[in-house]
Design a binder for this molecule. Structure first.
Ligand code: AMP
Ligand code: MG
Length: 362
């Protein structure tokens, strides 16, 4: 506190009517070590952040003295009147109050947040051992895709997934290597997989070309130089997901529809990325919300785009527009994904459901 360092015994009977008058023998700003010793009847002016001088055992805030001025730059008075008694140790932070010697401040696997960097700096830890960012090679596939910088011609659409996936990888602590778009032929798909290998990726993530279309070559090309562990999962959106390896590098083939690719990333890629970084907390922070409208499902594990808001001590969830898996706007308008477990076909309005917030960094 900004105030006066005193001996509590000297001010034990101090009051507004009977102030304790002390001699001010030192002025101690933050950043100095005091070399004075406070004797009975003495005080030192002291600033927040300065070490307590020897002899003193508490600090009286300026507000409780007759030296209660707001303007900076005033020299210390030669005497001060204290209006209030206090106890030993008042307004003093003992050494070790925050962190004790030898205390564990962070566990391995903890993801460093801004406040963690602050604490490490405060403890003088300029260098700590961390996991390197995993390198994730990303490519899209489809003859219809053109980059956002290129003009559209009939039959074409702009590639959305590459950019979404790059952002999601970065948000999850990975380094994204964007390989662009592979055309719908085995040669083009293999070329990008080879580039992923050359770039020393730790994980390859593709989107599209893993369904049952006549030109969906991604799976067969992966199997030529690797293997698939599973293909298709019982969820919606995001059913045609493939997992395996290419040249020994883990491979996740996400569906092409933009919302499916996003949800597939959330459910499969993000936890993998976190695990590769040694994180302990892999799951999103689930919360309970009240559904404000009824919902139908087909019995698969389902992730729906919702807006949630806090209202009357609960989280209320509503859906954002049409839930088609190509409708990216309804994902953009959402702030949460709402979870419906497999086996559930309908829920009435008012049901309690699980949600997790989007854009929350775990
Ligand atoms: P596919 O899995 O290849 O059958 O693609 C499913 C749907 O997603 C098709 O309508 C594609 O045009 C669309 N799609 C695939 N990749 C992308 C992408 N990168 N950006 C936007 N839409 C895509
Ligand atoms: Mg396709």
């Amino acid at each position: 506190m900004d105030g006066f360092a005193v001996r509590a015994a000297d001010v034990a009977n101090a009051s507004q009517q009977k102030p304790a008058k002390l001699r001010v023998i030192a002025d101690i700003p933050a950043g100095r070590t005091p070399d004075t010793v406070i004797q009975p009847g003495e005080a030192a002016r002291i600033m927040t952040g300065a070490p307590l001088p020897e002899g003193a055992d508490c600090v009286i805030p300026v507000e409780d003295t007759d030296f209660n001025y707001r303007q900076p730059g005033l020299p210390a008075p030669s005497e001060v009147c204290i209006y209030r008694a206090t106890r030993e140790g008042a307004n003093v932070r003992p050494a070790g109050e925050d962190v004790k010697r030898g205390e564990l401040v962070m566990n391995a696997g903890h993801r460093l947040r801004p406040q963690d960097a602050g604490l490490l700096s405060m403890l003088g830890q300029a260098h700590v051992k961390v996991r390197r960012r995993p390198r994730i090679a990303i490519f899209s596939s489809g003859d219809e895709l053109v980059d956002v910088n290129q003009p559209l011609s009939p039959g074409k659409i702009h590639d959305a997934n590459s950019y979404t996936l790059v952002g999601l990888v970065r948000q999850s602590g990975g380094e994204a290597i964007n390989l662009g778009v592979a055309a719908d032929n085995p040669h083009a798909v293999r070329a990008l997989l080879e580039r992923a290998v050359q770039s020393e990726a730790d994980l390859i993530v593709s989107s599209a070309g893993v369904s049952v279309g006549a030109l969906d070559f991604v799976r067969s090309v992966v199997e030529q130089e690797g293997s698939l562990t599973f293909w298709r999962v019982n969820m919606r959106p995001g059913k045609p997901i493939a997992f395996g390896n290419y040249h020994g590098i883990p491979f996740i083939g996400l569906p092409g529809n933009p919302v499916s690719a996003y949800v597939g990333f959330e459910v499969f890629v993000r936890p993998a990325l976190l695990k590769m970084q040694g994180a302990v907390q892999l799951e999103r922070h689930w919360q309970i919300a009240r559904l404000m409208e009824p919902v139908e499902s087909d019995g698969r594990e389902t992730y729906l785009r919702a807006t949630v808001r806090f209202h009357e001590d609960e989280i209320q969830a509503r859906f954002t527009g049409h839930q088609g898996s190509g409708n990216l706007l309804s994902l953009v308008q959402a702030n949460a994904l709402l979870f419906i477990p497999s086996g559930v076909k309908s829920l009435p309005s008012g049901s309690l459901v699980r949600i997790f917030l989007l854009d929350e960094v775990v």
